[in-house]
Design a protein around this ligand. Structure first.
Ligand SMILES: C[S@@+](CC[C@H](N)C(=O)[O-])C[C@H]1O[C@@H](n2cnc3c(N)ncnc32)[C@H](O)[C@@H]1O
Length: 416
C-alpha cells in the first residue's frame, strides 16, 4: 500500500472506529441505567462496579494496543491516526523496532483516555443539571460505557488479528528483518548468485558515465555490489528502507569491531576486473577507495513515487523491488518509482530472483514477487530498453534448497 493510501485508510478507519465506539459505549452505558439492573446497588457497590469496569477497559485497551502495533508493522495503517503519526515519525528516526511500537502505543492510549472526557462531562453534567439523574446513575452509565468500550476494543483486536493472520504469509521487513541474519545466511562466502551478479556488475558498469554519482537503491546491509563502481563513480550514494541496514554499513565504514568482512567479495570483484591474483594490499586499497567514495547513506522507500528528490546518471538496484513484496502489481509500482530516479540517457542495472515466491533469512520467509524475464522487460518498457545483446540474462543458480530460488535475472537498460 502506498503511504498516501495508508494515510487515507487510517483516517477513514479512525473516523469510523471513533464513531462506532462512541455510539456503542454510550448505548451500553445508557442501556444499563435504563434497564435498572444495578438500581438496587448501594453507593459503595456502584463505585466497586465502576472500578471493575475500568479494569475490564484496561484489559480491552491492552488487546487493542497489541493489534494496533501489528497492524502498523504489517500494513502501515491504524485505526488511530495519531498512533500512526507517532509510529511513522519514530520509525523514521529510530527504525521500526521497540521505540516505534512504544510511540504508537503511547499515542493510542492517550487518545483513548482523552475519549473518556466527554463521558464524564455528559454523565456528571446531566447529574448536576437535572434531579432526575442521580450520581449513582451517572457512575453506572460510566461503568456501562467502560464495559462497552472494553468489549469493542477486544472485538476490534480479534478482527484485526484474524485479518492479518489471513493475509500474512511472509515475514515483514518492519518487524522480522535482522541485518546480521541476512549477512550470516548469504554473505559468508561468494555464492553462485553473487559470482554471476558481481561479474555482471563489473562488466555493465563499464557503460556507466565516469566521474558521476552512482545510486544503489535497496542496498540492504551489504556492500558486495558497491566495490565494482568505486573507480568509476565520483561519489557513491547508498539507499535502503531500513535504518538498521544503513547502520550496519556505517559500522563497516567506521571499521567498527564485528563489522561484516567483505574482503572475499572485494577480491572476487578485482578478479572480475582482470586481476587474477589480487594481493591483500590491493583488496585493502579497494576497500579504502570505496569508503572514501561513499558520501551518502539515505533512507529510501520504494512505495514513494519520488523516493529521492534528485535523479542519477546511473542507478543500481539489485534484489530490492522483487525481494521486497510478494505482490506483482506492487513490484511494478516499486520498479516505476526506482527507475524514475534514472536521468534521461542514464543507465539502470538491476538483478532479481527469478520465479521466487519467498526466500529465507534467519529461518523466516521474506516475500518474492515471482517474476520472470518477460515481467522485467514489461516493467522497463516503454522508457527503458535492455542493452545486452541477449536482452535480460537468466542465470541458473541451483540455490533452491539453501535459499528458496533457482535462478536470477540480470539486466542492464538505458533510459530513452
Ligand atoms: C533481499 S534484500 C537485498 C539487499 C541487497 N541489495 C542485496 O543484494 O543483498 C531486500 C532489501 O529491500 C529493502 N526494502 C524492503 N522494502 C523496501 C521499500 N519499501 N523500499 C526500499 N527498499 C525496501 C530491504 O530493506 C532490504 O534491504
Amino acid at each position: 500500500m502506498s503511504p498516501a493510501a495508508a494515510w487515507a485508510v487510517s483516517l477513514a478507519a479512525t473516523a469510523a472506529s471513533t464513531y462506532a465506539l462512541d455510539a456503542w459505549a454510550a448505548a451500553v452505558g445508557a442501556g444499563l441505567v435504563a434497564s435498572g439492573l444495578l438500581a438496587d446497588l448501594g453507593h459503595r457497590s456502584v463505585v466497586v462496579f465502576l472500578l471493575v469496569s475500568y479494569a475490564a477497559w484496561v484489559f480491552g485497551l491492552r488487546a487493542g494496543l497489541q493489534a494496533n502495533g501489528s497492524l502498523l508493522a504489517a500494513t502501515g495503517t491504524s485505526t488511530n491516526v495519531l498512533s500512526k503519526l507517532a509510529y511513522d515519525l519514530t520509525r523514521r528516526r529510530f527504525g521500526a523496532g521497540r521505540a516505534a511500537r512504544l510511540a504508537a502505543a503511547v499515542a493510542y492510549t492517550g487518545t483513548e483516555i482523552a475519549k473518556e472526557v466527554p463521558y464524564y462531562l455528559a454523565a456528571f453534567g446531566a447529574a448536576v443539571a437535572t434531579e432526575a439523574i442521580t450520581t449513582d446513575q451517572a457512575l453506572i452509565f460510566l461503568g456501562g460505557a467502560n464495559l462497552g468500550a472494553a468489549f469493542y476494543e477486544g472485538a476490534l483486536a480479534r478482527l484485526t488479528r484474524t485479518v492479518l493472520g489471513r493475509h500474512r504469509r511472509h515475514a515483514s521487513f518492519d518487524t522480522d528483518w535482522v541485518p546480521g541474519e541476512y549477512l550470516t545466511d548469504y554473505y559468508r562466502t561468494v555464492e553462485p548468485d553473487e559470482i554471476a551478479t558481481i561479474a555482471f556488475l563489473v562488466d555493465a558498469l563499464r557503460q556507466a558515465e565516469r566521474d558521476q554519482p552512482i545510486l544503489y537503491f535497496g542496498t540492504g546491509p551489504t556492500l558486495h555490489h558497491v566495490f565494482a563502481c568505486a573507480e568509476t563513480a565520483s561519489e557513491i550514494h547508498l539507499g535502503d528502507y531500513l535504518p538498521e541496514n544503513l547502520a550496519e554499513i556505517q559500522r563497516w565504514i567506521e571499521r567498527a569491531p564485528g563489522a561484516h568482512d567483505w574482503r572475499p567479495f572485494v577480491r572476487y570483484t578485482l578478479q572480475c576486473e582482470g586481476n587474477p591474483w589480487p594481493t591483500d594490499a590491493e583488496v585493502t586499497a579497494r576497500e579504502d577507495l570505496t569508503r572514501a567514495k561513499i558520501t551518502t547513506l539515505v533512507r529510501v522507500d520504494a512505495r514513494h513515487p519520488r523516493p529521492l528528490n534528485r535523479s542519477y546518471p546511473t542507478v543500481v538496484s539489485a534484489y530490492c523491488a522483487d525481494s521486497a513484496t510478494g505482490d506483482r502489481a506492487t513490484w511494478q509500482l516499486f520498479m516505476r518509482h526506482i527507475t524514475g530516479l534514472v536521468q534521461p540517457g542514464g543507465l539502470f542495472l538491476t538483478a532479481a530472483l527469478r520465479r521466487c515466491r519467498g526466500y529465507t533469512v534467519g529461518g523466516k520467509t521474506f516475500p518474492g514477487a515471482d517474476i520472470d524475464e518477460r515481467d522485467l522487460r514489461g516493467a522497463l518498457r516503454p522508457d527503458f530498453e535492455p542493452l545486452h545483446e541477449e536482452g535480460i540474462e537468466v542465470i541458473p543458480t541451483a540455490q533452491h534448497g539453501a535459499h528458496g530460488y533457482a535462478a536470477i535475472l540480470l539486466c542492464r537498460a538505458r533510459r530513452a
